[in-house]
Each structure stands twice: as C-alpha cells, then as structure tokens.
Design a protein around this ligand. Structure first.
Ligand code: ATP
Ligand code: MG
Length: 567
C-alpha cells in the first residue's frame, strides 16, 4: 500500500475537527481517546474506532490519542483482556505513548464530584430497588414518576453516600441518582443512577471500593479530566449525549474542559457478530477455539488467520466514517488482505489433496534442480529450487477421468503443464481394484517443454505439483464463515446461536504436502500457495517439522459466484 492510500479522506468528523482547530477551539489541540471496556478481546469493529481515534490525532501536530480502559464494571472485567487489548492496539500499528489510563484511576475524583453534585442539589441517594425503579422510570410514551427520596435533605444524601462508600450497606440497598427530569422524553435523563453498591474485587483497585460509578457518569468526567477535545463514539451513545453534557455542565466549576461528543455508525460485518458479549458466548460454548480462533472477527483471530495490520487499516479506510448504517460485505475485508498479500507474499506450491503421479520417462534415481521465482512481479523476493523426479504428486481434483466441459487440466490421454516444469501426458490410470478409486497416474513428460510451450500443439492447463520425496507433510486448515447466515446479529436470540453456526466453518486437511523448504517457518509467516490462496503458519498448533497452515483467503472473490479454478 502506498503512503498516498493511507491518507484518510475528510469524513464528517475530520471536517469538524479541522474546523475546530482552525477556529482555535480547545487552544487548537486535538486529543482523542480509544476507551475499551476490558470485558473481552477487541474485534474488527473496534479496529474502526481505533483507526479513527488514533488516525485523527496523528493528523495534527501535537495530536494525542489516549488508551483508556473503561473499567467501571468489575464483575465482567479481567486483566487478560487488558493485556490482549494493549497487544492488539500496538499490533495494529498505533502508539498511545505514555497516555494509557484507567477510568479507575479517577475513582477518587469521581467520588468527590458526586459529593459535590449532592451539595449543589443535583443528586440524591435513592432507596428504590431495581424493580421499583423500572416501574417509576416510565416508558417511551409516558413520563416517569419522581422517587419519594428525590427531595430528601442534602445532608442526609451526603451522609448516606459516605456510608455507602464505607461499606455499611448491602448491594442494592441504595443508589446515587442524578436529579434531572423524570418527564424528559429521553429516558437517559430520568434521574439516572450514577453510583451503585457492588461488593466486588476490582482488577485495578482491588478491595478499595464497594461503590462503583456507572459508565455514563464515569465516561464524560474521565474524558474531561484527560483534556479530551473530541470524544468519538458509536451512534448508540447519541441519546446519552444530553446526559454527558448535563454532568459536565453541572461540574463546570471544577472541570476546565468540556469535550465534544460526536457519534458515528458502528461497523457491522456480514456473516459474523461484533459484540463482545456474543463473542464471549461463542468462546464459552466451545463453538470456537478461543478468542483468537481464526474464524473469529477479533483482531487476534484475524492475526492468527494471516491478516496484516495494514490490510485491516486499509479496510477501515475503505469503509469510511459516517452516520449511516455501516453494514459491510465480507468480500470487502477479503479484498483488502488479498491486495496486500498479492504484493508481499512469496509463492510456493502445496498439494492439499494429493494424487500420486509416476513420470515413466524419468529414471528412478533422477533428481534435477529446477528454479522457480518466489514472486512473479517482484524479483527481490528471489527464487527457490524445485526437484524434478520420477514420483510426484498433483491435486486430486486436477485430474478427471470424465471431465466436465471446459476442463483444462489433466485427463486420460491429455496433456497439462506442470508449473515451473514440463508438459506431461497421462498415459495410464491406475485404480484400486476393490473401490475403483484412482490411486495413481502414469504419465510421460516432454523434455522439450521446460519453461517453453510445444510449438506443434496447444497445451492449455497449468497445474501445481510437488516431488513426492522432496515435499513434506503439513496440516492445512481451511475456513468458511462461522455463521451460515449473513446477519447472525439480527437472528441471534438469547444465547441460542448454535442453529446459526456453519457446520463446515473449519475443514482440516491432514494429508496435504508442501515444498520441503517450508517445514520450519516461524508462526505468522504467510505464503501464497499457487492456485490455492494465501496461507499463514498457525501460532497455536504449528511446531517445527509439523507445520499447520491457516488458509487466510482464496485467490479471488468467491462470493456469490462459483470459484473459477481454470487458470
Ligand atoms: P461490544 O458490544 O463489542 O462490547 P462496546 O461498544 O461495548 O462493544 P467498548 O469496549 O465499550 O465495546 O468499545 C470501545 C470503543 O469501540 C467504543 O468507543 C465503541 O463505540 C467502539 N466500538 C465498539 N464496537 C464498534 C463497532 N462495531 N464499530 C465501530 N466502533 C465500535
Ligand atoms: Mg461497552
């Protein structure tokens, strides 16, 4: 990808930021943040947000993007997730420098501000339980009812909040609520809870707290404390913006910064789900091999599958940023990795489903070196040796005894070119007498056809092959989509998702063979196996001498049309 292509177009958010900077708003500074909740691994949707937040900041001198863990729910969060998020953001190519924070860093000021809200008459301690609170909340068409505790004396609320903090009460006994407007058409503004009692261990603050702020309360204040200028989030937070602004306005005396929240549409990708809750359900059910299963839309799954950071960034660039629904076809993601690997991945040959071929015109002990370029357009990638021997293997599906029309590969009595080698003719088909299965072909080669076509006849097909004795076994893992439906998110009900899963999403080919030079590659190495696609050495199951390859993507778009293998 050229540097040119990496420059993001001016979407509506970049236009707002550019205007603000030119008008000298926020002293001309640009500070953004990526605020994941550490309750799961990052997915491709997060990549969109990461590319936007880090991208916008990087486009301005002195621009800064913080990584902030929004860790206000200790029940669902884990250190494992924090580590994976750091790894994934870095791997995507972004750097928060020294600006890594936790919302829990601000628990003390958040608490102080809560006392202040009470003192200023903007918050009260409530005794309604969850059920009652739901009742009082009202509906989209009906106003809510005010809590009987709404007008309790300020000193009483303050005392209760202090005792909540001191651990005097069980969970659910009291909550702290903002005093806004129970008749607001926006339900988020109907006296939302801002603190609840939770006797839970927190991964950062351990046993220090037994009351925890809600997301809405903590998020806007964390943004303000960090001096965020543009708080970019997805559209589901649009209805929360009035609350975001309300809280910051009430605290304007103590907070010097009021970030601007701007919403954009979240990425939805065909044939998969982008919700940590649902991805977590897949992991827990054992339907996938962990968060980094190569079929998962997680950053770690995509990495294990063979996706590169630049391909994912390019994908985010192509989908763009807007407020309209961002439902994206899988073929767009696949074309990004294909375009990247097409340029960079060295070529090799692998036979996934071998059929033995004996070249009768080659002597038993014969072994001639042939040279094969590692990349057709990029000589810098060099070349390698192949060995021309009597016993070779070809792809079983490249031979047909009763070929369909247009079949350009090997047929009885017919000829085909072996990639980087000779034209061979199939003279004899040997079958298993019992099953009738073809077990071997006997072929002769035309010695005049090394790297040259015969002049007296036309040979159309070219197939890949390997010398049997100088190839080695490999396990190839081939993938289809995890779900059998294009919109699994919509069809997902409760936690019953098994009926949505594609039973063929993983195929393991264990009889495959690869060029002998590929036996001990480090995990993550990517090759194009000619005519088959791009393959990446698996980081979990591959070991020296026992390589396992994941099929990253096929060579051409196979969506909606039959893959054309005749070339
Ligand atoms: P999930 O439903 O997967 O848990 P989330 O929004 O709750 O998603 P967070 O960890 O809170 O996950 O997200 C961190 C940031 O990433 C937020 O600013 C959020 O808006 C953004 N984000 C999450 N999912 C997507 C998506 N599909 N497309 C774009 N941005 C996303
Ligand atoms: Mg969330």
């Amino acid at each position: 990808m050229s540097n040119n292509e990496e420059v993001a177009p001016l979407d509506f958010i970049r236009q707002i930021v550019a205007n603000d900077v030119s008008e000298g708003k926020h002293q001309g500074r640009v500070v953004t943040r990526f605020p994941p909740e550490p309750n799961g691994f990052l997915h491709i949707g997060h990549a969109k947000s990461i590319c936007l937040n880090f991208g916008v900041a990087s486009e301005y001198p002195g621009g800064q993007c913080n990584l902030r863990f929004d860790d206000t729910n200790p029940l669902k969060e884990e250190d494992l997730y924090i580590q994976s998020i750091r790894t994934d953001v870095k791997w995507l190519g972004f750097d928060w420098q020294e600006h890594m924070y936790y919302a829990s860093d601000y628990f003390e000021p958040l608490y102080k501000f809560a006392e202040r809200l009470i003192e200023d008459g903007h918050a009260f301690v409530c005794e309604l339980n969850v059920e009652q609170m739901r009742e009082y909340r009202g509906t989209l068409t009906e106003a809510g009812k005010e809590s009987p505790w709404r007008n309790r004396p300020m000193a009483e609320s303050l005392d209760l909040l202090r005792r909540m903090r001191a651990g005097e009460f069980p969970e659910g006994r009291y909550t702290l609520r903002a005093k806004i407007d129970m008749a607001s058409p926006n339900i988020n503004m109907r006296d939302p809870v801002i603190y609840r009692i939770l006797h839970a261990h927190h991964h950062q603050t351990a046993g220090q707290w037994c009351i925890y702020p809600t997301y809405d309360y903590a998020h806007c204040i964390s943004d303000a404390l960090e001096g965020i200028t543009h708080s970019l989030c997805t559209l589901e937070f649009e209805d929360h913006r009035p609350l975001y602004d309300w809280i910051l306005d009430r605290l304007s005396g103590v907070l010097s910064c009021h970030p601007q929240q701007i919403e954009f549409s979240r990425l939805v990708l065909e044939y998969t789900v982008v919700s940590k809750r649902k991805l977590n359900a897949l992991v827990r059910s054992g339907a996938v091999d962990g968060w980094d299963d190569p079929r998962m839309p997680t950053i770690s799954g995509l990495r294990r599958r063979g996706y590169t950071p630049s391909a994912i960034r390019e994908f985010c660039r192509r989908i763009g940023i807007s407020k309209t629904p961002n439902n994206v076809e899988l073929s767009l993601l696949e074309s990004c990795i294909r375009d990247d690997l097409e340029q960079h991945a060295p070529r090799a040959m692998a036979v996934l489903n071998p059929l033995k071929v004996v070249i009768t015109t080659v002597a038993e002990e014969h072994c001639a070196e042939l040279s094969a370029a590692n990349h057709p357009q990029n000589p810098a990638l060099g070349s390698r040796k192949l060995y021309w021997m009597r016993e070779i293997i070809i792809e079983r599906e490249d031979f047909a005894e009763n070929p369909p029309k247009q079949f350009k590969r090997l047929v009885p009595g017919g000829e085909v070119r072996l990639r980087h080698a000779y034209v061979i003719r199939c003279d004899e088909v040997i079958k298993d007498p019992a099953s009738g299965e073809v077990v071997e072909l006997r072929c002769s080669h035309d010695p005049a056809t090394l790297h040259a076509n015969p002049s007296d006849r036309k040979v159309k097909g070219v197939i890949h092959w390997l010398p049997l004795a100088r190839s080695c076994p490999a396990e190839i893992r081939s993938y289809e989509t995890l779900f059998n439906t294009a919109n699994p998110d919509e069809e997902w009900q409760g936690d019953d998702f098994t009926r949505l899963l594609n039973p063929n999403s993983l195929q393991i080919l264990s009889a495959s063979r690869i060029e002998e030079g590929l036996q001990n590659l480090p995990p993550g190495t990517i090759y194009q196996f000619e005519r088959q696609g791009y393959f990446c050495v698996d980081s979990k199951y591959s070991s020296p001498g026992k390589p396992v390859f994941n099929r990253t993507v096929g060579l051409r778009d196979s969506w909606g049309k039959q893959q054309n293998k005749e070339s």
